[in-house]
Design a protein around this ligand. Structure first.
Ligand code: AMP
Length: 419
């Protein structure tokens, strides 16, 4: 058998040390902000029927065409590791009859997602997103509120150099009219476009707005804009979303070239970018998806949501310094006899039951080694368990007293409450 080192797969990473603290902080802020606004946490499975994403995310999208991790279960069914969170949430909404609850139903998640992408800084194959979805109301206040909540999270985390871009894609009908006009414009200028854009004129012409190919960009400058094709109702909806963002004091720029990479959006779409991130500048984004629940066999239900990348949020804000958890008691032994080790183990267990953060010597160190280890861990007290007594040492003052072992916890707790 080979004993060569096995590494984590390409595009994945381990979360270690300080990163754990930063992620916990992001999770706890997300929870405070979203649950404070009435969003409930939801967990969906890591994999779903492939059909869910093929139908929901859209066959013409990059995600479905080339980025899904798909596997077969033993019975010939096709499963896919979730590449995004909206389709699973809509599936759960239908499956659990949530349309019978008070509307809108507001749900949030913080989970890992999987896309088979070219791994690079800020782009992974397993990544994490915090997301929020509000189903069951087409009120523009739902859109504005969701955007305000993401904005609050961005501000609280200290995301640097962020811009919020906002647009409306209108309804499926007005988009169909627009699509034809855009296709005509692209066909008329095919000679100047990148080959990959020409190949996708019929499949997904809107993605031409995302290209950085200079010829394509020049053609897109004179392309018709979707915002000019909105129906009166959609234009009014968009105006109200903007007004509410204005009264909430959230700055944004209207960007008529904004197209999101997923097919299900209608009306409002938005994206947060941070120039602190370099090439992968998208921190989070989302929009309204009024037809999606129906596509999964549910009643006609409007929806609105967003997702933001955990890695990108953390990369675009200054590191948060959190103090390591306090260690109240370190239990050492005077010498490593079987009896003393047992007494020490029992003492540590009782200390934990009494609510003290406690660690115990686990590597057979000498007494000196134990004390220096406890010092490195920042322990407040060290209990040195001996034959028939225990020495309790205060690591801050250096003072120590000899006690009956079964009074040690009481002594630490009393000192604790005097603090
Ligand atoms: P999307 O679902 O594509 O709109 O992505 C929403 C957010 O998820 C993006 O703005 C990124 O912050 C994050 N994201 C998407 N794909 C990846 C990836 N492969 N690696 C890391 N973060 C990602």
């Amino acid at each position: 058998m080979s004993d060569a080192k096995i590494k984590a797969p390409r595009g994945t990473y381990d979360v270690l040390g300080e990163q754990v603290a930063a992620r916990l902080q992001l999770e706890s802020r997300s929870r405070t902000i979203l649950e404070g606004a009435g969003y409930e946490r939801i967990e969906t499975p890591t994999f779903e029927a492939t059909e869910l994403f093929a139908r929901g995310v859209g066959a013409s999208t990059d995600i479905v065409r080339k980025e899904m991790f798909t596997l077969e279960d033993g019975g010939g069914r096709s499963l896919t590791l979730r590449p995004e969170g909206t389709a699973p949430v809509c599936r759960a909404y239908v499956e659990h009859g949530m349309h019978k609850r008070r509307q809108p139903v507001k749900l949030w998640y913080l989970s890992s997602f999987f896309r088979h992408e070219r791994a690079q800084a800020g782009r992974y194959r397993q990544f994490w997103q915090v997301g929020a979805e509000a189903l069951g109301s087409e009120d523009p206040a739902v859109d504005a509120e969701a955007i305000v909540l993401l904005n609050t999270l961005m501000m609280e985390m200290g995301v640097r150099d962020a811009t919020l871009r906002l647009s409306s894609l209108g309804s499926v009908e007005s988009r169909a009219v627009y699509r034809e006009r855009l296709q005509a414009h692209l066909h008329a200028n095919e000679g100047d476009l990148a080959a990959e854009i020409v190949a996708r004129i019929d499949l997904n012409p809107l993605r031409a707005f995302d290209s950085d190919h200079p010829g394509t960009r020049a053609v897109m400058e004179t392309a018709p804009r979707l915002l000019d094709f909105l129906s009166a109702e959609d234009a009014e909806h968009f105006a109200q979303v903007r007004e509410l963002l204005d009264v909430a004091g959230v700055p944004y720029v209207v960007d008529s070239t904004l197209v999101r990479g997923l097919d299900y959006y209608t009306r409002t779409v938005f994206e947060y970018t941070s120039t602190a991130l370099g090439a992968q500048s998208g921190v989070g984004g989302g929009g309204r998806y009024d037809g999606l629940v129906q596509q999964f066999g549910g009643p006609s239900t409007p929806g609105m949501g967003w997702a933001a990348g955990i890695e990108r949020i953390l990369l675009s804000c200054d590191p948060h310094h959190t103090a390591p958890a306090d260690l109240e008691l370190f239990v050492a032994v005077e010498e490593h006899s079987a009896t003393l080790r047992k007494t020490a183990f029992a003492l540590a267990s009782r200390a934990r039951s009494a609510g003290l953060a406690t660690q115990i010597e686990l590597a057979g160190r000498s007494l000196r080694g134990e004390l220096s280890h406890a010092g490195a861990l920042g322990a407040r007290y060290v209990a040195i368990v001996g034959e028939g007594h225990t020495v309790l040492k205060n690591m801050q003052s250096g003072g120590q007293e000899t006690l009956a072992t079964d009074t040690v916890i009481h002594a630490v707790l009393r000192a604790h409450s005097d603090l």
